[in-house]
Design a binder for this molecule. Sequence first.
Ligand code: GCU
Length: 339
Amino acid sequence: MRRRKKILLALAAGAILLSGYQIYETKKLENAQTIPEYVFTYAENQAADYPTTMGAYRFAELVNERTGGKIEIRIYPEAELGDEISVIDQMEFGGIDFARVSVSTLADRIPKLNVLMLPYLYRDSAHMWKVLDGEIGVDFMDSFDGTAMIPLSWYDAGARNFYSAKIPIEKPSDLRGLRVRVQENKLMVDMMTTLGASAVPLAFDQVYSALEIGQIDVAENNWPSFESTSNYEVARYYTVDEHLRVPELQLVSKVTWDKLPEEYRHVIQQSARDSSAYERRLWKERERSSEKKVRDAGCVIIELTQEEKKRFQEAMHPIYEKYGSDYGELIQAIMDMEE
Ligand code: GCU
């Protein structure tokens, strides 16, 4: 009897050991499954809590979840991988896999994109989104065909406004003779020259010190960027003229894309679109909170009447002639779009 009991006990212990081993094996297998097959880089030049960066984190999370951990996307905010122009250069040979950049940094390479950022093209944000979410938005994405990048989704970047360290900008002639920082984009350079200012193309992260040391007098950007970069500390006059709406794009390098199986491409495209919906919600909130912070800090906010805005609009006609003459019908279709 005793012997039988011992045998039974030994068998039971064996079974327990076996099941423990099985659990261990299963866990190992699970872990093995979460070891990513692909680890990608994602470049972002904004701070970690900025809406576009939060959108990037959401994108990476969705892709990881939906591929059962097979794809890991590592986000590098605050231009850790370089400024936007160098990020695009690196994407061309697959040195960086993903990025979110401002359309203006792409438009010198893909001229049709200039149409999207013509000054005063849209009545408001809803108008721009109607364009981007519709067929025209798809057409613009198609203009990347034959390049080394594939666009994934549009992100919101609101409207850009002038801000000045010296004098309040109330009318186009106030800009005459001033040094205005612009993004590295020809259309923007021409805009400032048309207004009689001298354009100073600079990377985003250099604007604060350029204002501080007087290398530039004026810059221009949306409320969240004006606030998040602390540029409002060194340029106290903010003019709400909304001269440009420059959307952002999430991109993937074609070198990276070509490595991926079809099913993962779908996941990436869908996750990018989902992250865009998220970013657009965050954007609205951040626009409000940034505006409040800047106002509370005592900046002088110059609101323009329709009449005053019109003067800026009229001054921009030469830009339409130079950058829009090949796209007359397209521009008309955008302008005629009802909300
Ligand atoms: C926006 C945009 C940035 C860009 C910046 C600029 O803030 O989100 O990506 O670099 O404008 O003015 O350069």
